[in-house]
Design a protein around this ligand. Structure first.
Ligand code: PAF
Length: 282
């Protein structure tokens, strides 16, 4: 596995890989866990070469979110990626990504605004901006993102369509299904913040979501099903529910009733020191 941290060597390295076959990009911020490795394995099944980027993107952290405390473990991450057969690690320095005088922001209205966007102003601008840059830098045949961050995936797909990035700069954007623990809890680095009792209680999240989805499919009113979900979470030990919404799967417009277009149930709820997010097809 080759590691590069400046743009010019990146372009040369990607050109050499592309001459040998298709290139898949897996963008990350490092601190890799099983969820990331699942993306890498999915990428390896789809392309001859996998490029992983590790960049803790300052533009997606709010002023009250602790960018400095975000885990950085490049040597350990690099060893994991090497063992997974990754061809190239793109680990740019901040000055390569945002050189002095950098002034461009990408803002995707609508799909960025509700749900997590309402709690984290500017977050999805930062994500869209850095992912657009990564697509331009690597120009992969395909890019893979976890469905766990469904809103992020929807923002990236909207941005790629709107800016005509699909085809010249990335051929396909693939969402990889969420990896779950045996009790159904979505894997996340945030699960590590939970005490054993909170961790056990957290399994109520996927359970309550499945119950709400079944209730809606059985004809219950969406509002009543979501109220039931919220009560189930508070009863199980969650401190609060930031949102629980049935949305159009693509635009993320809230739905008051289940129509024929693909829908998604998205939830963010707090337990202990963790804010957990999850989503499921509904
Ligand atoms: O999901 C993440 O790790 C980040 O938001 C991403 C897509 C790598 C952009 O910094």
């Amino acid at each position: 596995m080759q590691t590069v941290n400046r743009i010019d060597p990146l372009r040369d390295a990607v050109a050499a890989l592309r001459a040998d076959g298709a290139v898949a990009l897996v963008p990350t911020m490092g601190a890799l866990h099983e969820g990331h490795l699942t993306l890498v394995r999915a990428a390896r099944r789809q392309a001859a070469h996998v490029v992983v980027s590790i960049f803790v993107n300052p533009r997606q952290f709010g002023p009250n979110e602790d960018l400095a405390a975000y885990p950085r473990q490049l040597a350990a991450d690099s060893a994991l990626l090497e063992a997974e057969g990754v061809s190239l690690l793109w680990a740019p320095e901040a000055s390569a990504m945002y050189p002095a005088g950098y002034a461009t922001n990408i803002s995707v209205s609508g799909v960025s605004e509700g749900l997590c966007g309402a709690n984290r102003p500017g977050h999805f601008d930062g994500v869209a901006t850095v992912v657009c840059k990564l697509f331009n830098q690597v120009r992969p045949d395909l890019a893979l993102f976890g469905e766990k961050d469904w809103q992020q995936l929807a923002v990236i797909r909207r941005m790629a369509r709107d800016l005509d990035l699909v085809r010249p700069h990335v051929d396909r954007i693939l969402g990889v299904p969420t990896v779950r623990e045996a009790d159904g809890l979505a894997m996340s680095s945030r699960n590590a913040y939970l005490t054993p009792a909170e961790r056990e209680a957290a399994a109520a999240l996927p359970r309550a979501m499945r119950a709400a989805i079944a209730a809606i499919a059985g004809g219950a009113a969406v509002e009543a099903a979501l109220a039931g979900l919220e009560q189930a979470l508070l009863g199980a030990g969650f401190a609060s529910v930031d949102y629980a919404q049935l949305c159009d799967a693509d635009s993320l417009a809230p739905l008051a009733s289940r129509g024929t277009a693909p829908a998604r149930l998205l939830v963010a709820a707090r337990i202990g020191k963790a804010r957990l997010i999850d989503n499921m097809a509904a």
